[in-house]
Design a protein around this ligand. Structure first.
Ligand SMILES: [Zn+2]
Length: 251
């Protein structure tokens, strides 16, 4: 009996080890290195503004700002928010913005069951459209994220430049920090909302960023126009190094 219990314990620890290692490996390869996901575009005269977490109640002000600057962007929406605001989706599409998925709900990949994550990846604001993209909340990966994305017919896309508009600093200061880090091909992470305070910060950042990009000869386009490339080992290593140096980090 004691021998049986000890064998059972060994199997238990072995299972814990295998699960733990696969979770660590999926975070390292999927989020930190981002291998196989889409990242930035080719170096050139284009950058992409990408807004996560919407549609928020502050979206009309953001759309107004983008329209004043003649800029089209990409929005990664959650199903929960999008379903409650069909008017917002119509307004974004009418303005020529690109709509993609940030998952049905804003939860980390590891918080789902396998079926829950399949549902998370199955949602998209334009189901059935070709070339659909999915940006996982915080870039988080479970061991099944890429497999489920493939099954759902979506491509996982991350980012390679961060606005850090979630930090409690004024928008102009954030824009000053961001600008020297931007190159052609940048896939810039920003947020739509989620509340008035943070939205005001993002708008202030954009009011400074957009004219500065123009002055540097960089055109802000949608991700489709940026044509993001698959992250290989070299770009993955650069992403990993920048992340640990403090830039970029998370969505
Ligand atoms: Zn998010």
């Amino acid at each position: 009996m004691a021998a049986f219990q000890s064998a059972l314990m060994k199997v238990g620890w072995w299972l814990v080890g295998v699960v733990g290692l696969s979770v660590l490996a999926s975070d390292l390869l999927g989020r930190q290195l981002g291998l196989g996901a889409l990242g930035g575009g080719e170096e050139g005269g284009k950058v992409a503004l990408t807004f996560d977490d919407g549609p928020s109640p502050q979206l009309p002000a953001l759309l107004d700002l983008l329209s004043r600057h003649g800029v089209q962007a990409t929005f990664f929406l959650t199903g929960e928010r999008a379903e409650g605001d069909p008017q917002a989706l119509r307004a974004m599409l009418a303005a020529g913005h690109q709509l993609e998925s940030h998952g049905y709900t804003h939860r980390h990949a590891l918080s789902f069951t396998l079926w829950g994550e399949a549902r998370q990846l199955g949602w998209h604001p334009q189901s059935g459209r070709e070339g659909r993209l999915y940006r996982p909340p915080w870039g988080g990966h479970s061991p099944f994220t890429r497999l489920l994305a493939q099954r759902a017919g979506v491509k996982v896309v991350l980012w390679n430049a961060e606005s850090r508009d979630w930090l409690a600093q004024d928008g102009a200061a954030l824009a000053r920090e961001l600008l020297p880090t931007l190159r052609g091909g940048a896939n810039i992470l920003l947020h739509d909302g989620p509340d008035e305070e943070r939205s005001a910060r993002t708008l202030e950042l954009l009011e400074m960023l957009l004219p500065a990009l123009k002055a540097r000869g960089l055109e802000a386009v949608t991700l489709n126009d940026l044509n993001p490339r698959v992250i290989g080992w070299r770009a993955g290593w650069a992403r990993f190094r920048d992340m640990w140096r403090g830039r970029p980090a998370t969505a």
